[in-house]
Structures are given as structure tokens and as C-alpha cells.
Ligand binder design. Structure first.
Ligand code: LLP
Length: 416
């Protein structure tokens, strides 16, 4: 459920017509709905209400500080993968005590910064990382809270680029090595073992792989308990899928309830989720204008002012995202189009073979663009990155201005 709906042939974001937003802020422009993202967050948190839990929103999905701030106000924690993301969380007023730090290549500097802030936990991904963390914590004379990210070898049955829980993936520590590493962590002078985590992939459309991973983690927890290594939290990562086209992923509340149910014999184990997409994808659209209609012998092209640099998912993963006309009242002929951008690459498309009744100058909305949209955008072809706005009922807030021309070469220097 989201709050992008038609009223009188006009697509609205909450109570505002998208055409007004385009007039005010120009295109391409990312438009987010506060009510939608809050609804998604609450779906997780309400379903988990009876069990101690913490939602650590995955910052990489959408890291705008206004979005992080809205979530922080709801009590959200954050899953980060870099010092940059942690700095964003701090700039947004997030609580470092609710931050978990994932990622395969944490530098000593990043560890230092996170330790000084007092984050909740490091999700450690290798033995070498564990050793480095011990060393940095010892230098600072603090205890580093540690969870081992285990790789449970579960097939998430998702796109190979976003599957992370298989032996063949670079992520986490083989679950069969985990006990040994936990013993090592428990014996280290400056590490405090607090939890376990996994993240098996993204855009999962079934609950079962999550439950399979959970089972493996619980078995590990039981084995560790017998060795007097007691964990306080279990973090089952992110990965819940959303509907882009005709997928039927479980609702966040259904998914969270299934996990909570399995944990009823573990009342003292705090449950952590790291959702990104499930909170943000359908809370945002990319608003773009049709610059040219270019009929061809084999294909008709709708050339729009947004491109792969703004939204790379279609080009990178062949991802399908719905594209709709913002105004549907006019009597244009319906035709099949490839919706393409201005970038000089054949791979620069937002959608192929789409039936649309449009003319030059019309606005289109690429739906489900709130997650992994702006955060994966670039300046390729020297295109300033798009503006971002957040709609809240009848109000619209500019939360990131469109980049200026001089932003394009900021920090660059010609030779003396
Ligand atoms: N936790 C960890 C450790 C992760 O690596 C990720 C995502 C998440 C949580 C959040 O997963 P989510 O709930 O959003 O599925 N760019 C790709 C998705 C890459 C996901 C990477 N890791 C896409 O556009 O589909």
C-alpha cells in the first residue's frame, strides 16, 4: 500500500498533484511519501511489538538525511556499511546506540569513528576483521560490541547480483567456522560478544528462506550457550521483497509475525531487522518529462529527461519498474514505447515495451523508485543529480536541491 494514487485522472503524492511538484521543482525529481514510509516502518514494528526488537533501517536503500530523520523520530535504528552512512545518520539526529555496522571491508579509521560514537554493534564479516577490531578497540581502551555475520548457505532464490547468503558469495563467515570465531572473540580482551546476524539476499518473495536461515542461527546460538557464550540479539538482516510488477512477497507484518513466532522460546533475545527496500521502494517515484517521441520502424521511443545515471536498476539488473503517465485525461493514442534516457548508452532505458498514451511534454512516474534509486545515481554524462522532495500530506519539502552546474566539477583542478 502506498500513497501515490489517481484523483480525477491526475496522479497524486498524498494530497499533492505530481504535476504541481514538477512545476515547482523541475524534472527529473525523486518524490517520496512520508505517510508511506511510516506505514511500512510501523508494519514491521507493530507485528514485532510483543517481542523485544529493533528495526535497523538499511541506509543504503535511501540515505537522504530527511528520510533518516523521519525514521529516527519513529525510534528506528540504522544498518550502515560505511563511515559516510554513519555520518549521515548522525547528521539526521539518529541514535548511535541503535546503529549496527555491516560491510566486508571496514577500515581502522571507520572502526575508530564508530567506537568513539558508541554504536550498538559491529557485524563482523571475517577473522581478519575481528583481529583488526580487537586492535583498534585496545588502542582506544574500549570494548567493541561484536556480532558475527554468518553465512548460512541458504539460497534466497533472487537475482544473482543481490543474493548474499550462499557459500559462493563474499559475505559473512561460514556458519561451520562460526563457533571457533566466537570462541576467539569471547577470549579477546577488547571484544564483547553481543549477537549474531545474517543477511541472505535482497528482494526475497517468500518467508521460508528467512525461516531456514533463522533456524540455522538458533542452532548456533544453542551450541554457543553450551559453551557459556550467551548472545543478546539475533539480527536476521534485510531482504524482504516488494511488488514491482506481479511479485507477491509476504507483507512486512506477515513476515515479522512469522519470525517473532519462531522466537517465542527465546524471550530474552532481541530481534533485529535490517529492512531497506521494504520500507522505501514503494514510498518513492521518479518523476520525469517526455522530451521527445521518436517513432521507429521496429520500436517507438519515448525519450525522457531521466536516465540510467538517475535510476540504474533497469540497466544494471534488467529490473522492471512500472511507468505510468501522471495525467491520464488527454485522448492520446496508446502505443508501445521503449522509455529511454538521454545518456549515450544502449543500456540507458527505464522500461521496454510499455503501453502508454502520451505526448511530448507529458510527465511520467517511474514507480517503486524510493529504494536504490537516488543512492545509486551518478553524474555520468555530466548530468547533475536530480532533486529530491518529501511530501507530507498537503506539504512538499525540498530535501535535496538539484545539483548545480558548478557541483559537477567541485574539487577538480586544472593544471597550473
Ligand atoms: N543488510 C545488509 C547487510 C545488506 O547488505 C542489505 C542490502 C540490507 C540489509 C537491506 O536489504 P533490503 O531490505 O533492501 O533488501 N541495489 C540492489 C539491492 C542491493 C542490496 C544490498 N544489500 C537493488 O537495487 O535491487
Amino acid at each position: 500500500m502506498d500513497y501515490f494514487n489517481y484523483r480525477d485522472h491526475q496522479l497524486f503524492a498524498e494530497d499533492l498533484p505530481l504535476s504541481d511538484i514538477a512545476n515547482q521543482y523541475g524534472t527529473p525529481c525523486y518524490v517520496y511519501s512520508r505517510a508511506t514510509l511510516e506505514r511500512h516502518y510501523n508494519a514491521f514494528s507493530d507485528a514485532a511489538a510483543e517481542h523485544p526488537h529493533l528495526i535497523c533501517y538499511a541506509v543504503k536503500a535511501n540515505s537522504n538525511i530527511a528520510i533518516l530523520n523521519v525514521l529516527a523520530r519513529l525510534g528506528s535504528g540504522f544498518d550502515i556499511v560505511s563511515e559516510g552512512e554513519l555520518r549521515r545518520v548522525m547528521a539526521a539526529g539518529g541514535d548511535p546506540n541503535k546503529v549496527v555496522f555491516s560491510g566486508v571491508a571496514k577500515t581502522a579509521d571507520e572502526m575508530r569513528y564508530a567506537l568513539q560514537l558508541g554504536i550498538k554493534c559491529f557485524n563482523v564479516e571475517s577473522e581478519s576483521e575481528l583481529n583488526r577490531l580487537q586492535q583498534v578497540a585496545a588502542e582506544l581502551k574500549v570494548m567493541a560490541p561484536v556480532s558475527i555475520r554468518v553465512n548460512p548457505d541458504i539460497d534466497a532464490k533472487t537475482h544473482p547480483y543481490i543474493s548474499t547468503g550462499l557459500k559462493a558469495n563474499k559475505f559473512g563467515i561460514d556458519i561451520n567456522d562460526a563457533e571457533r570465531i566466537y570462541q576467539q572473540a569471547a577470549a579477546a580482551t577488547n571484544l564483547q560478544v553481543v549477537g549474531v546476524d545474517c543477511h541472505i539476499g535482497s528482494q526475497l518473495t517468500e518467508t521460508q528462506p528467512f525461516l531456514d536461515a533463522l533456524e540455522k542461527l538458533l542452532q548456533l546460538i544453542d551450541r554457543l550457550q553450551q559453551q557459556d557464550i550467551v548472545l543478546h540479539h539475533i539480527d536476521i538482516g534485510g531482504g524482504l521483497g516488494v511488488r514491482y510488477k506481479d511479485e507477491t512477497p509476504p507483507h512486512p507484518s506477515e513476515y515479522a509475525a512469522a519470525v517473532v513466532k519462531r522466537l517465542k522460546d527465546y524471550p530474552h533475545l532481541t530481534l533485529i531487522f535490517e529492512p531497506g527496500r521494504a520500507i522505501m521502494a514503494n514510498a518513492g517515484i521518479l518523476l520525469t518529462k517526455v522530451e521527445y517521441i521518436k517513432p521507429g520502424q521496429e520500436k517507438n521511443f519515448a525519450i525522457v529527461d531521466a536516465a540510467m545515471n538517475d535510476l540504474i536498476r533497469p540497466a544494471l539488473y534488467s529490473a522492471w519498474q512500472e511507468i505510468v503517465a501522471v495525467e491520464t485525461g488527454a485522448q492520446h493514442e496508446q502505443q508501445q514505447y521503449d522509455v529511454v534516457g538521454p545518456v549515450c548508452e544502449t543500456g540507458d532505458f527505464l522500461g521496454k515495451d510499455r503501453m502508454l498514451a502520451i505526448a511530448e511534454g507529458d510527465l511520467l512516474a517511474v514507480r517503486s523508485a524510493g529504494a536504490y534509486g537516488f543512492t545509486m545515481s551518478s553524474n555520468y554524462n555530466s548530468r547533475p543529480r536530480a532533486a529530491e522532495v518529501l511530501v507530507d500530506g498537503g506539504n512538499c519539502h525540498l530535501i535535496r536541491q538539484r545539483e548545480l552546474w558548478q557541483d559537477l566539477w567541485r574539487g577538480e583542478q586544472t593544471l597550473p
